[in-house]
Design a binder for this molecule. Structure first.
Ligand SMILES: C[S@@+](CC[C@H](N)C(=O)[O-])C[C@H]1O[C@@H](n2cnc3c(N)ncnc32)[C@H](O)[C@@H]1O
Length: 222
């Protein structure tokens, strides 16, 4: 696993076999903020103060950590469930520089806590953020909970076509509350068609730096 410095100075990782990076090389923090926090969390936080989130792909913990910071800023309570097949080892996560800039210094410990927290258990990290990390594949996951928001942050459809299917999106659609949303960095036509077939209403939004578009999919039952 190779650590790469992206254009905004934040790290990402390069997966050795898939030849994919965990985030955009144009800026890892910028991308996460744009796609998941601004287009996802903030859209939901307008309407609710208790928010349940499901993430596909915990990876470096960047989305989870930025969500915890934003929940603190917005004073909302987030319950965050995240799925991961390949948990990263501490030797790697300890080197990641997300919390090193002055802006984020006070949240340095929280980043370490996210990684240290026990798997398969809901851990209350502070008044604004609880985390449940699940070591499971999306394909095997059956949710007992309903969510307000899904961060779909799998590797690309080229690398992992089995995750971007109507079957997986239909399962996720069922796990959302009405008016719940799914956000993803991907704006490929085939992915949007599959989301639509699963029942979602699709919005194509401007993408983060280096990417023209992203997708927000809404569960809208009249
Ligand atoms: C693009 S990275 C996610 C980046 C992550 N959200 C972050 O903030 O660092 C994709 C992640 O999905 C995980 N993954 C791969 N296959 C998966 C599957 N079938 N189900 C759940 N997660 C999977 C990978 O191990 C990787 O950590």
């Amino acid at each position: 696993m190779k650590i790469i410095v992206t254009k905004d100075g934040s790290h990402t990782l390069q997966h050795p076999e898939l030849d994919e990076t965990y985030h955009s090389i144009h800026g890892a923090i910028q991308e996460s903020m744009h796609v998941f926090i601004e287009a996802g969390l903030k859209a939901i936080a307008h309407q609710k103060k208790q928010i349940s989130i499901l993430e596909i792909g915990f990876g470096t913990g960047l989305n989870a950590w930025l969500t915890a910071l934003t929940a603190y800023e917005l004073t909302c309570a987030v319950e965050y469930t995240t799925l991961e097949t390949f948990p990263l080892i501490p030797e790697i996560t300890h080197q990641l520089n997300f919390a090193n800039s002055a802006r984020y210094k006070e949240f340095n410990i929280l980043f370490a806590e996210l990684h240290a927290s026990e798997w398969e258990k809901l851990i209350h990290l502070n008044s604004f953020f609880s985390l449940e990390k699940k070591h499971i594949k999306l394909e095997d996951f059956e949710s007992k909970k309903q969510f307000d928001l899904i961060y779909f942050d799998a590797f690309s459809p080229q690398s992992q076509p089995e995750l971007w299917t109507v079957a997986q999106f239909s399962k996720l659609y069922k796990s959302l509350y009405n008016s719940g949303i799914l956000v993803t960095y991907c704006a490929k036509g085939a992915v949007k068609r599959n989301l639509k077939e699963a029942g979602f209403v699709i919005e194509t939004l401007p993408g983060p730096p280096g990417k023209r578009e992203m997708t927000r999919a809404v569960k809208m039952i009249q």
